[in-house]
Ligand binder design. Sequence first.
Ligand code: UGA
Length: 431
Amino acid sequence: MNLTVIGTGYVGLVSGVCFSDLGNNVVCVDKDSPKIEMLLRGEVPIYEPGLKELIAKNTAEGRLSFSTDISAPVQDAEIVFIAVGTPQLPNGEANLQYIDQAAREIAVALNGYKIIVTKSTVPVGTNERIKQIIGELTTHPFDVVSVPEFLREGSAIKDTLHPDRVIIGAESKEAAETIAVLHRPLTSKIIVTDIRSAEMIKYASNAFLATKISFINEIANICEKVGADVTLVAKGMGEDRRIGASFLNAGIGYGGSCFPKDTHALIQIAGNVEYDFKLLRSVVEVNQMQRFNVISKLQESLEDLAGKTVGIWGLAFKPNTDDVREAPALEIVPALITHGAKVKVYDPIAMDKFRKEYNHESILWSSNAVAAAAECDALCLLTEWDEFVKTDLQQIEKVMDRPILVDGRNVFSQEQIEKTDFTYYSVGRPM
Ligand code: UGA
């Protein structure tokens, strides 16, 4: 099929590249010309394992191209995907300005029947709004279909090529079937719904996963007080198939471009129909508090943080990405500085992105994990990069001024810690 994808962020770029790899002809469109120029040169604006290779392969084989022009790609396509950003407005709602703009530009370019698929995460009712915007500007026939995206950063290609399910929200049976045909090589689990339910499935899924994380984090906080081990509790709970083992890793809370934004947006969506989503408000509140437990643990061990040097391992919101959006580190590092500490930071790939978001004279940018720990009064692990997990802690202990380790992701085992003199704090484990 001939496809055009508007927006080359995580969702748009990965989906476009994967669809081309399945044998479709795909044009990825973006207004950001430096980004398109990068892609045309074979460079990739985001860090995502395997993406660069897949772009090179499909461009070389002539199925994948990039453009800043929207009209010709829309006219040549049978299906047009909208995958532009829906960033958070100050009141928590999703900003739909890029969606509206894409809809207007598609409408102006239309030259015959197309299926317009929304991949961006949009509040319930947005696809109807897209339909209205386009309908007011064209007499050409079209259908609007909602196909929410469930890929995770860091495993985006695998998630796209092997999804747990594909949700297709459509009014037209024929349009739903065409979109099902496109996705059938990926999975047999295709669920067709009405448009509003598809829009809601995306928010409900992210909100539920965020709830699992805040739930286990609160259990961890209680475990710390009653002397239980949250990793064993999670294991025991996860064996119950109704609960499931994933997303029960206690830590410093969730970050990223999705859970924080989508939980706020769903609270707003509910609020707009005068429903107070109390549970989700608590999930957000617990997540906000959880990251600051790192500071409390440092204060417990060092008392006053003023004049102390704290090493930070990991700035990205999770491993295998350079994304620092809503990363706990973006609040923990400034909080340490406010308390008067000097901070030595290291992340395998997220240093540049972090520096663009936050910089301060009290930050020392280290070139490796050992350097970030050297002469520190305490070390905090905030992102569970493999590189940190595999580090020889005895070597780290030797370079530090004081052996204090706050493990925000529960990555070190009792055996590893017992071989050292570290005063060790983790999340919800009696170690
Ligand atoms: C998330 C969802 O998992 C995807 O299904 C969804 O498509 C995506 O949002 C989106 O809406 O676009 P992502 O933000 O890439 O994907 O990251 P996750 O792997 O879900 O992790 C989110 C955060 O939760 C991370 O900060 C991670 O450290 C944290 N987390 C995850 C925990 O603290 N504990 C866990 O057990 C699992």
